[in-house]
Design a protein around this ligand. Structure first.
Ligand code: F6P
Length: 329
């Protein structure tokens, strides 16, 4: 390929800039022209792009967010949207695209590949919910951000003998809640992958630990459990906090960590993974290969067919949840 493009799509994640840097530099080193598309598939449909060179990506490896901006595009899912995107690729001689994002973005990459524009996906999302990959860019930084934030909340929770209910992101997955939950010593961790009962798994657990003299509590809740909580008559973490206070007598506050989890300078792990994945994706395009997704399996960088990748399943480590619950008493 002589000309490739790169875009970031979906929720931004720390490390996306390191991935862009890697794509651009690898392309330049391999004598390919590289275009940076702004605002994901929206920018592709609109032809919003610019030519990048090795210096366009200087001083970005440590920056959160994405210099190419990001978006979720509903229109791209339509035939008209795809047609516009393909016309733009043809007009700009784009022969392949590196798509950095989550599984929604990979579906877009698959649709483009199917219509003759080879794409390679790079997993970038704080949620770590890409089935084919053990790891997604941004996950480690988000975990560390959550841990730092909850450590702060813990200071005030402890000072007031309170309980703090903390909701973390993750969409329909519990990886962020589970791994940060064990790291902060949460009394209970509620994740969508594991059935729970608030009375048994929150209230009774707290009562049991109260008897051992514990006076402050962290309850970690994945945003993806909203439906399961609703079915138990609890609408959101504020209601959960009220219920805990009423049933245990422990003053309780709820905190929704929100978008603070998506920002910040990427960790070492995210910078390294992003650099490796961006490199591998660009080399695949150089070889003329498309319709692939880069993944990390047992610390190795591998790639899969997008169809295969989108049909894979991944599960949380139930042993980790068991460990967390057994030692957080
Ligand atoms: O996929 C990343 C993520 O941060 C999810 O954890 C969360 O559910 C969602 O994006 C939030 O999206 P938005 O920034 O569009 O509100």
């Amino acid at each position: 390929m002589k000309t490739i493009a790169v875009l970031t799509s979906g929720g931004d994640a720390p490390g996306m800039n390191a991935a862009i840097r890697s794509v651009v530099r690898t392309a330049c080193e391999n004598n390919m022209r590289v275009l940076g598309i702004r605002r994901g598939f929206n920018g592709l449909m609109a032809g919003d792009m610019y030519e990048m060179n090795i210096r366009s990506v200087s001083d970005i490896i440590h920056r959160g967010g994405t210099i190419l901006y990001s978006a979720r595009s509903a229109r791209f899912n339509s035939e008209e949207g795809l047609k516009d995107a393909i016309d733009v690729c043809k007009a700009n001689s784009i022969e392949g695209i590196v798509v950095i994002g989550g599984d929604g973005s990979f579906r877009g990459a698959r649709d483009l590949s199917l219509r003759g524009i080879p794409c390679v996906g790079v997993p970038g999302t704080i949620d770590n919910d890409i089935a084919c990959s053990d790891y997604t860019i941004g996950y480690d930084t988000a975990l560390n951000t959550i841990m730092d934030m909850v450590d702060r909340i813990r200071d005030t929770t402890e000072s007031h003998d309170r309980c703090s209910v903390i909701e973390v992101m993750g969409r329909r997955a519990g990886y962020l809640a589970l791994n940060s939950g064990i790291a902060v010593g949460a009394t209970t961790i509620l994740i969508p992958e594991v059935e729970f009962n608030v009375e048994r798994d929150v209230i009774e657990r707290m009562r049991r630990t109260q008897k051992t003299g514990k006076k402050h509590f962290i309850i970690m809740v994945a945003e993806g459990v909203a439906e399961a909580m609703n079915s138990q008559g609890i609408c959101g973490v504020n209601e959960l906090a009220k219920l805990i206070e009423a049933r245990t007598g422990v003053e309780t506050r709820a905190t929704v960590l929100g978008h603070v989890q998506r920002g910040g300078s990427p960790s070492v792990k995210d910078r390294v993974a992003a650099s490796q994945m961006g490199y591998a994706a660009t080399l695949l395009l150089k070889e003329g290969k498309g319709n692939r997704v880069i993944a990390m399996r047992k610390e190795e960088i591998v790639d899969y067919d997008i169809y295969e990748a989108l049909n894979m399943q991944k599960s949380v480590d139930l042993g980790l949840l068991k460990t967390a619950l057994e030692i957080s008493i």
